[in-house]
Design a protein around this ligand. Structure first.
Ligand code: ATP
Ligand code: ATP
Ligand code: MG
Ligand code: MG
Ligand code: MG
Ligand code: MG
Length: 270
């Protein structure tokens, strides 16, 4: 049927390849998770079970796609970095975004009960996905700094907001008004003076999100192995005949400063 008289409709499918030799970042974000989190009783401001489930879904994506050098997750979103040399699906944007989003959503659903044993899943969650090309490592470092700065901003706001509501007995609109126009230091002051919460001692996971990357062996202090992964054939060939075992590690570390990138220089390599 390949050459049927109908096959011409295929020519309406326009190419959507990402420019060669550029970094690609795939960002996924949960659809309507404000509602999904409320419907499933997520703890506010941060439900750790939900964050761990996101990490598990991201780990599965890194297992399926050895081209992913690193990933960063916060809230209902995850970003995956693909190397400049990556030729996955001939760099077709919609193919990459849709396969990542569907594998992520499927794993999230598949693993739900492991993380929420007492909460039945009420309806299937979904995630949107996009692929963006970046020309150099400067934009990649800035991209991840942008997402982690977002984690800090949202977490400080949400922590203060829910302290006012849950401990300060404010209504949500009162809390909203109390925080309108406040800067970071004012929120930290509210947390400290009214609720004796030192923002800087809150868990790293909440303040910094999750950083996933591959490592030959576990050397990083604070790095926790979440899975053993034997690299796919393609990567093994590149690295010679010996089967190199790599693991995916998750850390809740700072990636805004330079030192993460200096300590893990291979992430931005070929
Ligand atoms: P959209 O479909 O446009 O992405 P959304 O409702 O998913 O809309 P987001 O801006 O993506 O909006 O925000 C996700 C929301 O999900 C957060 O504001 C928060 O309410 C909730 N959420 C996500 N993860 C958690 C978590 N681990 N703990 C508590 N709440 C969470
Ligand atoms: P790609 O990832 O490129 O789409 P693919 O292996 O999914 O590769 P397709 O061209 O999409 O290839 O073909 C799907 C294949 O799945 C079919 O060739 C067939 O072997 C199998 N398949 C799908 N649905 C059925 C079904 N209902 N019964 C039996 N086989 C099926
Ligand atoms: Mg959104
Ligand atoms: Mg969302
Ligand atoms: Mg989001
Ligand atoms: Mg198919």
């Amino acid at each position: 049927m390949a050459n049927s008289k109908y096959a011409y409709v295929r020519s309406f499918e326009l190419p959507d390849s990402i420019m060669p030799s550029t970094f690609m970042i795939v960002r996924l974000d949960g659809h309507a998770f404000h509602r999904f989190s409320a419907d499933h009783g997520f703890e506010k401001p941060n439900d750790e079970r939900a964050l761990r489930l996101m990490d598990a879904a991201a780990k599965q994506v890194m297992k399926a796609y050895p081209e992913v050098a690193m990933a960063f997750g916060e809230s209902d979103e995850y970003s995956f970095l693909l190397r400049k040399t990556c030729n996955l699906y001939n760099r077709r944007s919609s193919k990459i975004a849709s396969t990542f989003a569907s594998l992520f959503a499927a794993t999230y659903t598949f693993s739900w009960a492991e993380f929420f044993p007492e909460t039945p899943l009420q309806y299937p969650p979904s995630f949107d996905g996009r692929v963006v090309a970046y020309p150099s490592s400067k934009e990649i470092i800035d991209y991840f700094a942008w997402r982690q700065a977002d984690t800090h901003i949202n977490n400080l706001y949400n922590t203060t907001f829910w302290a006012l509501v849950l401990q300060g007995n404010m209504s949500t609109s009162e809390a909203h008004n109390a925080l309108k126009g406040t800067i970071s230091s004012q929120k930290q002051e509210i947390l400290f003076s009214r609720f004796q919460i030192n923002y800087n001692t809150l868990p790293d996971r909440f303040r910094k999100g999750s950083v996933l990357y591959r490592q030959e062996e576990i050397t990083g202090i604070g790095a926790q192995v979440i899975d053993d992964i034997v690299q796919a054939d393609e990567i093994q060939k590149k690295q010679g005949t010996s089967r190199s075992r790599k693991v995916v590690v998750v850390e809740h570390c700072d990636i805004i400063g330079r030192s993460f990138w200096e300590d893990h220089a291979s992430i931005l390599g070929e």
